[in-house]
Write a protein that binds this ligand. Structure first.
Ligand code: B4P
Length: 191
C-alpha cells in the first residue's frame, strides 16, 4: 500500500497531476475540491453550505471534509493506496487524517509539494476561470483571498509533514509533462 498527499497552493496543478498519477500507480483519487463540487451539483445540504464558503474563497469547516474523507476510506477498503489531493488543508485536518488512517492500520508514505511562483498561479487560475464556470476562479479579489487563506491556514501543514520527514518539494512551474516526470521520480524513490 502506498498513500500519497499532493500538496500545493491553489492552481499549482494538484488536480491536473493527480489524474495522471492515479492512472499510472493505480491509486484511489480523493480530491476534496471535486467531492465538494459534487455535493454542490447535487444541491445536498452539505453542498449548499459549501457553495457559500467556496465562492467567497474560504475553506469549508474541517468536520465537513474530514467526514467526507472518512466515508471515502470506508468505501474503498480494498484500495492499493490513496492519493489525497487538496486535503489536508489545515493542521487540524492533517491530525484528523492521521487518526483516520491509524484506525485502519494505515499511514501517509509521501507528501509531494508543488512549488510555483505567485504570478504564474494567478494567471493559471484566472485562465481556468474563463472556461470552468467556477466563481472562485473568475474574480481576482476572490483568487487573492484564496491565497491569503492558503498562506494562513494551509502552509503550516507543510511544516507538519516536514517534521515527520515526509515532505519533498517538487518544481511545478514547468510543463504538465515535466512536472509529472519529476513527481514520478520522487514516487519511485519512495516505494
Ligand atoms: P481545489 O479543487 O482543491 O482546487 P485548486 O486548489 O484550485 O486547484 P489545483 O491545484 O488542483 O489546480 P489544477 O490542477 O486544477 O479547491 C477548491 C476550493 O474547495 C478551495 O478553495 C476550498 O474552498 C474548497 N476545499 C477543497 N478542499 C478543501 C479542504 N480540504 N478543506 C477546506 N476546504 C476545501 O490547475 C489549475 C489550472 O492550471 C488548470 O487550468 C490547469 O489546466 C492549469 N495547469 C496545471 N498545470 C499546469 C502547467 N504545468 N502549466 C500550465 N498550466 C497548468
Amino acid at each position: 500500500m502506498y498513500n500519497l498527499i499532493l500538496f500545493g497552493p491553489p492552481g499549482s496543478g494538484k488536480g491536473t497531476q493527480s489524474e495522471k498519477l492515479v492512472e499510472k500507480y493505480d491509486l484511489v483519487h480523493l480530491s476534496t475540491g471535486d467531492l465538494l463540487r459534487g455535493e454542490i451539483a447535487k444541491k445536498s445540504p452539505l453542498g449548499i453550505e459549501a457553495k457559500k464558503l467556496i465562492e467567497k474563497g474560504q475553506l469549508v469547516p474541517d468536520e465537513m471534509v474530514v467526514g467526507i474523507i472518512d466515508n471515502c476510506l470506508e468505501e474503498h477498503k480494498d484500495a492499493k493506496g490513496f492519493l489525497f489531493d487538496g486535503f489536508p488543508r489545515t493542521v487540524n485536518q492533517a491530525e484528523a487524517l492521521d487518526r483516520l488512517l491509524g484506525l485502519r492500520k494505515m499511514a501517509i508514505d509521501s507528501v509531494l509539494a508543488l512549488e510555483v511562483n505567485y504570478d504564474e498561479l494567478v494567471k493559471r487560475i484566472l485562465n481556468r476561470g474563463k472556461t470552468s464556470g467556477r466563481a472562485d476562479d473568475s474574480d481576482e479579489e476572490i483568487v487573492r483571498k484564496r491565497f491569503a487563506v492558503y498562506h494562513r491556514d494551509t502552509e503550516p501543514v507543510a511544516n507538519y509533514y516536514k517534521e515527520k520527514d515526509l515532505l519533498k518539494i517538487v518544481k511545478g512551474s514547468g510543463t504538465v509533462a515535466e512536472t509529472f516526470e519529476a513527481l514520478c521520480g520522487e514516487i519511485e524513490q519512495a516505494v
